[in-house]
Design a protein around this ligand. Structure first.
Ligand code: BDR
Ligand code: CA
Length: 318
């Protein structure tokens, strides 16, 4: 196999974030170098505690760097406890205090350091508010030319009617810090967006999850336990057929982009008003020098679900 891709995972764990982290840490095609935390599914203290807990529980020996506590402008949104539970991990028992502590650097400086010390090698998978990435770009704009790729779970471009989840026109990760997204999508780094267009096309139902319990060992049982609140939320809002696969779809793209088809063109973000967080893609060359990015439009869901299961249920490497 080719050398694994070096990954920094920017995340707000979060039930689907935890599922994506387990997926990514077990995929032989990827090598996790660090975790940076963002606010979103919880306030920053909670998402950082959850990231440390996941790291320690599953023996991931990588640093966890704590991210920004607020968006570039305004206040953080209230955590969606009705989606991810009061502790953002589906209300399983998580010790309030962990013996381990975050990295000495804040997330955006950790990102800058890692990118500079591994030029053209780092892929950032960002599955939360994009505040840390925007702060890193503001402080060190040259990192855009030093990153291998940025893969973002966020946004919604209206494919098959998928246009928003927190408002009719906006997805949560973008709505939570629209200005950060506008800056990150305008930077000159290779960028792919995995929005609701594709994440709401892939669902995990109870039968699929029971298969992970049967064959996925401790991780499979853990995924079942944390996802009860998440599954109930989807049923409660009328989604049948299982819960949507958001953050793990971004990890799947990093492993195998042929699972997706995409359109190329610059993307802009509405930064205020009733449509704040709305994402729009135009034709290549529109909007001046703004770079073209890949927006995923279609996904082979069956193949993605098979990949997730295969990685989760593989015997541990010796
Ligand atoms: C995104 O919002 C968060 O709640 C999820 O973890 C995912 O990253 C989906 O809109
Ligand atoms: Ca997330």
């Amino acid at each position: 196999m080719m050398n694994p891709k070096k990954i920094i995972f920017d995340t707000d764990p979060g039930i689907d974030d935890a599922m994506a982290l387990l997926f990514l840490s077990r995929a032989p095609q990827l090598q996790l170098l660090g975790i940076t935390t963002a606010m979103g599914n919880g306030y920053i203290e909670a998402t950082t505690r959850n990231a440390l807990y996941l790291r320690d529980r599953f023996g991931l020996s990588v640093p966890v760097a704590q991210g920004a506590s607020r968006p570039l402008e305004g206040e953080p949104t209230e955590p969606p406890t009705w989606v991810h539970g009061d502790n953002a991990l589906g209300d399983i028992a998580v010790p309030a205090d962990s013996a381990s502590t975050p990295h000495a650097l804040p997330a955006h400086r950790f990102l800058i350091d890692m990118i500079r010390s591994h030029p053209h090698e780092i892929t950032i998978i960002a599955v939360a508010r994009l505040t840390n990435l925007a702060l890193a770009l503001r402080e060190a704009p040259e990192i855009a030319g030093l990153v291998k790729q940025v893969v973002v779970m966020g946004g919604a471009f209206g494919t098959h009617g998928h246009s928003g989840n927190v408002t009719p026109l906006a997805e949560a990760n973008i709505a939570g810090d629209p200005l950060a997204a506008e800056e990150v999508f305008g930077a000159a780094w290779p960028l792919a967006i995995i929005g609701l267009d594709v994440t709401q096309q892939t669902q995990m139902d109870d039968a699929y999850l029971r298969g992970l319990v049967d064959d996925g060992g401790e991780a499979g049982q853990f995924i079942w336990d944390i996802s009860r609140v998440y599954a109930a939320f989807h049923v409660g809002v009328g989604v049948s057929g299982g819960f949507y696969v958001h953050d793990s779809s971004a990890v799947a793209y990093a492993i195998d982009p042929t699972l997706f088809s995409a359109s190329a063109g610059p993307v802009r973000v509405v930064t205020d008003g009733f449509a704040a967080g709305h994402t729009i893609q135009s034709r290549p060359g529109a909007w001046g020098q703004r770079p073209a990015v890949q927006v995923c439009r279609e996904v082979d869901s069956a193949r993605l679900l098979a990949l997730y299961r295969r990685v989760l249920c593989a015997p541990p490497a010796r």
